[in-house]
Design a protein around this ligand. Structure first.
Ligand SMILES: O=C(O)C(=O)C[C@]1(C(=O)O)C=C[C@@H](O)C=C1
Length: 350
């Protein structure tokens, strides 16, 4: 099947009649790939932004009914830019909520230009003819590479390869992996490389210098789909697993809990011993399983924190009232708290 051009894939040809989905661009970024998973057809106008903050801005201001941002990576952890915006310390995003998630297998390539040939040397093979090209090792000499561009998250996921084979090169952080590929392609000397997706390499006509350079084979990034709490615009497209057991009936999952996830943020009285444990106890008391917990500086005072707890359960599909109950508890126990969305758990549907 022919790969559609970025503009065909984004539905850019007639944005007026389509619902806009903002994502961290440029085209061919991993965020773009995740966006195409959740919004696959041509009803959607996929709009790249330069920063994660811009995705939040567009959704809050209704310029884009939906937005897609990376949230966490299984190797390198939380995407701090996203967490910072969800923390909303400047009260810019009171209406933003998470409404879906996407898990994307992330395989990074080292992309650049093959080394220049000396007149006496045979051409550099990129792989032997019958064997599939090796993973995680250079397919050619990397002595000519002096700069490696990538997104900080992608550097964090490929540290072992970079330390082993590119310690002689400078690493330069840029806004996304596809921007990195663009910069490598712009270097006419061929001394620059990018850690980016295979798709970005094809888009910019780069040579593959190494495949699958991530530290772990199971490297996965989770993305959040954002929308305004008051909804508006078209409904999310149906995805695999959407149909089964919407009302949480069947099996021993009586409250529908593991089918959904929800996110809340909160602060606790900084100086009260056990204040965080008291909040966590609310979830235990209601039988709600936690799936992640993170924190960022609250910026109220140095070394004070705002916490995020993600748990199994949904605000709108809550037949036993467990989620409603925990929200009542949070009202009593937390200093400040905010519901940041409930959505279908996509982890098991992969
Ligand atoms: O740079 C990109 O391609 C992105 O979409 C950003 C991003 C991230 O911030 O985590 C997305 C997935 C990968 O984990 C690496 C980078």
């Amino acid at each position: 099947m022919a790969t559609p051009s970025p503009h065909q894939a984004s539905g850019q040809e007639n944005p007026d009649t389509k619902t806009t989905v903002a994502f961290l661009g440029p085209f061919n970024s991993y965020s773009h790939q995740a966006t195409k998973t959740a919004f696959p057809d041509s009803r959607w106008h996929l709009e790249p932004t330069v920063t994660i903050k811009e995705v939040f801005d567009r959704v809050q201001s209704r310029q884009a009914p939906y937005g897609v941002v990376p949230f966490e990576n299984s190797t390198h952890g939380t995407v701090t830019f996203t967490l910072d915006n969800l923390a909303d310390r400047a009260a810019e995003y009171p209406d933003i909520a998470v409404c879906d998630e996407v898990y994307l297998d992330v395989h990074h390539f080292l992309l650049g230009r093959l080394p220049p040939q000396s007149p006496n040397q045979p051409p550099q093979p990129t792989s032997s003819s019958s064997e599939p090209p090796a993973k995680g090792v250079p397919l050619t000499s990397l002595a000519h590479i002096r700069h490696v561009y990538s997104h900080p998250q992608a550097f964090g996921q490929t540290g072992a390869f970079l330390r082993r084979y590119l310690s002689h090169a400078e690493t330069v952080e840029v806004s996304s992996t596809s921007r990195a590929a663009e910069l490598a392609a712009a270097d006419e000397e061929g001394a620059s490389a990018a850690v980016a997706s295979e798709m970005a390499g094809k888009g910019f006509g780069l040579d593959v210098l190494a495949r699958c350079v991530e530290d772990r084979e199971d490297n996965t990034t989770r993305f959040f789909v954002l929308r305004r709490r008051d909804g508006g615009g078209e409904d999310l497209p149906e995805r695999e697993g959407d149909g089964d057991g919407d009302d949480g009936e069947g099996g021993d999952d009586v409250y529908g809990g593991s089918k959904y996830k929800s996110l809340v943020s909160f602060t606790v009285p900084h100086r009260r011993p056990g204040a965080l444990a008291d909040v966590l106890d609310c979830f235990r008391g209601r039988g709600l399983n936690l799936t992640s917990i993170s924190s960022v500086p609250s910026l109220v005072g140095p070394f004070q924190y705002l916490f995020f707890v993600e748990f199994e359960g949904s605000r709108s599909c809550d037949p036993e009232g467990r989620v409603r109950g925990v929200f009542e508890d949070l009202e009593r126990v937390a200093e400040r708290w905010r519901w940041l969305g409930s959505w279908r758990n996509r982890r098991d549907a992969r």
